[in-house]
Design a protein. Structure first.
Ligand code: TPP
Length: 615
């Protein structure tokens, strides 16, 4: 029988000795590989944090203390240790457990995460609240070196360091973001990685640590002797120390015993502490260790070969990569910007081909937008490829730096619409809303591969203003409709009809075509209009077709307020039927399941329109 079979709560590991914990770590790795091979999920980050999580669960009381997992994609072992082991077959599936921490799933998930670099702020908030309420809880942030490239982390460190609020930040440094980590701090951490010895449990240090008192007046003396002791064997890190955080490390993140010693000491310090832990992303699974980026987030795969199944179809991200490369070959003003997502956004070929014209700025969407604005102001054509949900970070910069100065920044917005298994934090269903009211912006959405080519070329070469092209995750289909040249603010009529007008934006066109076909069989004739532009909206065409029909409907993979439905409603003095995602968080499930659940599939669209024509 495995040790893991008897682990159903964090309490169950409290009495395990180091040997058993190491055996358990091996069993958890096997469990992760087997389960994620069946469901897909974040593998390499989780393989890297097994021992770290075990040490945290040994040293802290997860039912009382607050552990905040940055991004949260590495929280699987924590989930296994907190009663959710049996639920892994439903990981990231509709109705199943989330791939990220969820307070509604377990009271041991202190705080919901998904977007990077929030953990130190949240842990600091927990620490301050605990002090105000007179409680004695520890607050811990677990943040990767990738997530530490996000500006918000420094805002929190700056705050924590100045207040001297007790807080433990675990810096899980594996040298990787999704791709190789970038930036000055990353170089500095790398230097430590290459030059330093790990903290080693030498007997004399052990003695100092053992003598460090937990309570009373002696704390200060104890802490100082502890710090002196520990600094004899560990690297000093002035960056963090100067910002007011005590630095401890580096510690071997796969050595449970040493991590427990250091974490216990960090607890005693009663001030902001950063514990620098070195881990190997993908640890223990050859394929993931060799290619941690490939296994960062992976679909189902064969655990014996590490290969995913099925033939890979051209995605919108791939197509973006191809088109932007060919445009850049002809126009040397084009520069590419990514916020730590060169592979996910399809930017890798561009990055390799145009090394001097490509910038991975780290997980720094705000900086990426302002940086792009200045490039545009200098006459270059910056193309920032970014996932819809992560661009939320750069809203003010889009408005303040790019739009108000009327600069030609191209936003290539990937993962727009529902994203599926990553769930509510990653849904790209807000971009039409958070962009539509910004002045000077043009917003386009392709409904097919042909349209994507035309729109990217238009955005880069013909447009002179801030421009967003938003497209979804998944296959870029070639559709059989005529794609005339893009004209600013002009949509295209796909089919004419006399009973209803359905206006769609982006790839929702496929569902709308299906709806129109179903309705045609029922004798209902629909005009289908592909808006192409949300802004400027093709008001004239829409109003003139609307004059002759009984029902006007809009279909978009965006939330209810502020998108196509709102824009079309504003130009009509009649009721418009809106097909949107509802105004509430949208959980994880496949895109197909979500469309069906929220009435955005062809059949549901047809049914509602038919009903309204009958009434
Ligand atoms: C604001 C934001 N931008 C981008 C991402 C996408 N993302 C998820 S994990 C990750 C890399 C995180 O690296 P690190 O913190 O070092 O964790 P590791 O996976 O290496 O353990 C990125 C870029 C995100 N979650 N949030």
């Amino acid at each position: 029988m495995r040790i893991l079979d008897n682990i159903n709560s964090s309490e169950d590991i409290k009495d395990l000795d180091i040997y058993s914990l190491n055996v358990l770590a091996g069993e958890i790795r096997e469990f992760l590989i087997n389960n994620i091979s069946l469901t897909g999920g974040h593998l390499s980050s989780n393989l890297g944090t097994v021992e770290l999580t075990l040490a945290l669960h040994k040293v802290f009381d997860v039912y009382k203390d607050k552990i905040v997992w940055d991004v949260g994609h590495q929280s699987y072992t924590h989930k296994i240790l907190t009663g959710r082991k049996e639920k892994f077959s439903g990981l990231r599936k509709k109705g199943g457990i989330s791939g990220f921490p969820k307070t509604e799933e377990s009271n041991t998930d202190a705080f919901n995460t998904g977007h990077s670099s929030t953990s130190i702020s949240a842990a600091l908030g927990f620490s301050v609240a605990s002090a105000i309420k007179g409680e004695n809880n520890y607050a811990v942030a677990v943040i990767g070196d990738g997530a530490l490239t996000g500006g918000m982390a420094y805002e929190a460190i700056n705050h924590a360091g100045s207040r001297k609020t007790p807080l433990i930040v675990i810096l899980n440094d594996n040298g990787m973001s999704i791709s190789k980590n970038v930036g000055g701090l990353s170089k500095h951490l790398n230097k430590i990685r290459n030059n330093s010895n790990y903290f080693i449990l030498k007997d004399d240090i052990k003695k100092i640590l053992d003598k460090t008192p937990l309570i009373g007046k002696a704390i200060k003396r104890g802490v100082q002797s502890f710090k002196r002791g520990i600094k004899n064997v560990v690297f000093q890190n002035e960056i963090f120390e100067n910002m007011g955080m005590t630095y401890m490390g580096p510690v071997d993140g796969h050595n449970i015993e040493e991590m427990m010693v250091v974490l216990n000491q960090a607890k005693k310090l009663n001030e902001p502490v950063i514990v620098h832990v070195h881990t190997v992303k993908g640890k223990g699974y050859e394929f993931a260790e060799k290619n941690p980026d490939v296994f960062h987030g992976i679909d189902k795969f064969d655990p014996n070969t590490g290969k995913t199944f099925g033939e890979k179809k051209q995605s919108y991200s791939d197509l973006f990569g191809d088109v932007i490369c060919s445009l850049a070959e002809k126009n040397d003003k084009i520069v590419g910007i990514s916020a730590a997502m060169p592979s996910g956004t399809g930017f890798l070929n561009f990055a390799n081909k145009f090394k001097d014209r490509f910038f991975d700025v780290g997980i720094a969407e705000q900086h990426a937008v302002t940086f792009s604005a200045a490039l545009a102001s200098s006459g270059l054509i910056p193309v920032f490829a970014v996932y819809s949900s992560f661009l939320q970070r750069g809203y003010d910069q889009v408005l303040h730096d790019a739009a108000l100065q009327n600069l030609h920044v191209v936003l290539a917005i990937d993962r727009a619409g529902a994203v599926g298994s990553d769930g509510e934090t990653h849904q790209g269903i807000y971009d039409l809303s958070y962009l539509s009211h910004i002045p000077n912006i043009q917003i386009l959405a392709p409904s097919s591969a042909q349209e994507m080519r035309l729109m990217l070329s238009y955005a880069v070469n013909d447009c002179n203003s801030l421009v967003a092209v938003r497209y979804p995750r998944g296959e870029a289909e070639e559709l059989d409709f005529e794609s005339p040249a893009i004209e600013c603010g002009k949509g295209r009529l796909i089919t004419d009809g006399s009973d209803a007008l359905i206006i769609s934006i982006g790839t929702m066109l496929s569902e709308v075509i299906e709806a129109a076909e179903i309705l045609k069989e029922k004798g209902i004739s629909c005009a289908v209009f592909d808006a192409r532009f949300l802004k400027p909206l093709d008001k004239d065409s829409i109003l003139s077709i609307a004059e002759n029909v009984k029902v006007v409907a809009t279909v978009e993979d965006n939330t209810e307020h502020g998108g196509l439905f709102g824009m079309v409603s504003e130009i009509m003095d009649r009721r418009v039927m809106g097909f949107t995602y509802p105004d509430k968080p949208i959980h994880h499930a496949s895109v197909k399941e979500l469309r069906e659940e929220f009435g955005l599939d062809g059949e549901s669209i047809a049914k509602r329109i038919a009903n309204s024509l009958q009434n």
